[in-house]
Ligand binder design. Sequence first.
Ligand code: HEM
Length: 510
Amino acid sequence: MSIYIAVHFLVDQVYDHPNLSVVLSVSSLLLWLCVRRPYDIPPNPWFIFPIVGHRPLLRGDPIMILRRLRKELGEVFSVYVDAQLVIVVNGMAAIKEAFMTRGEEFHWRPNTRVCDLFHYGVLCNSGREWREQRRITEAGLQHIKSSVIPLVRREAACLVSALKEKDGEAFDSKVLMESAVFNALTSVICSRRMEYSDVRFEKAMSRFKENLELFSDTKFPNFFPFQKFLMGDFFDVKFLRINMTEIHQKIINPVFEEHREEYSEDKVVDFLDVYLSEMKQKKDVKGTTVEEKSCQAVLYDMLWHGTTVTAATLQWALVFLLGNPDVKEKLQEQLDLLFTSNEAEREKEKDGKDSSAQMPPPELPTYVQAFIHEVQRCANVCQISMAHAVAKEKFLKGYRVPGDAVILPNLDSLMMDADIWGDPFVFRPDRFINADGKISVPTEFIPFFLGIRGCPASGIAQSILSTFLASILFNFDLSPEVEGQPPATTRQKGLVPLPPDFKSKFTLRR
Ligand code: HEM
């Protein structure tokens, strides 16, 4: 409506002031030249608006729009968000070719304003620097591999105790789950955890959330080309920087300093110790990026991305459990069976630190594993993975991919494809179990992405998801706030889509 009024207003002005029509024609021509399409880029909707590109066509649920455009334009298509060319890669063949077979060429991150802010770590880095940070990240994760399960189980026991304290009252468990995930991660990364009552949790989580919103917002910081020359903070870039600084100052830097003081070559225990040891070794190497600011940035990347996506998946898991009581009962049956047949393990747990929380054994039944796969498929919290780029012009499936294009791998095109899953919109863990009763995972199931840029911490994420969910299901009966009214499954807008807020009851089963 407002566009309609604006157009009318402009037309009136042009009639009243003939000079204005000349100015408008010239500027429209210039703008058209700015956004005109090269012929050999991936197909895009035929009508393109000056300045805003295809933005008016992209209003609404982004995933529904991408699904529609894929049907109309094919597996590799493009859209202009303002003057920025965004190429969307769909389907296994194209995703595999770009990010696995030709992973090196397509591993780059786009040169956007927001990526600039994060570029010291591993998540938003590219080229030589990224390779160096990625190698240390993988080495650090490999080093802590054996301590992940015990530490995650310890945190799960704390989570169970905190849920017990709620005494079956309906409450929104989001912040508690986020805090438990954050603690599980800090336990393995830097041997620290905080009490759930610590005020730093809520602050850190809301800063993470705000940054994610700003990061995912295609509104401005990423795509408006001249914004860096504007005064003030129209597009919240400074706000994002302040948020990051706060998390660095309150959480990351103090832990880093403590570790640096306590560091001993003979006691390399956690991820941060591994990084410090590399820093020592590379002290005199010229041009290395293994330094304090990179280490802190890697910690930020892992805690920010790791907490938000893992906690979002947990949140979805609760929604699916509340909406599918038959699945929940089957899971509890299997966990109980396993528990009774593993009495010795249980006794060991009881002798451990927290005897109040009964923990299921670490080896989980097939149906529980299938359930977690199905949660990840349906939640699909990284639906467009992360933005990629190429350093120099390349060709993909016969189309030109310019060096300044943003490339999005559309994981929704795999997770929700009817040709792969048959009934993709039905929540059905059994789809991951074959006729022999074994787990069977289609190659298209890639919640952690693939290739050289795939998630390096998928093992930790899976341990957290399975241990937390098994512990909750084993100890509690889960029910919605109002009997018979499970929470909605609508996806909220955002880079990491969440379900709408909901309350649920955790009633002790034993
Ligand atoms: C359910 C949980 C998780 C999911 C679904 C997930 C998924 C992903 C995806 C899709 C990517 C992006 C690949 C790309 O397109 O570049 C990624 C990257 C990454 N993930 Fe995860 N992730 C999860 C948990 C974690 C956790 C817990 C950590 C850290 C402890 C972590 C650390 C990273 C890092 C450091 C990267 C950047 C890798 C790079 O750019 O080279 N992730 N993850």
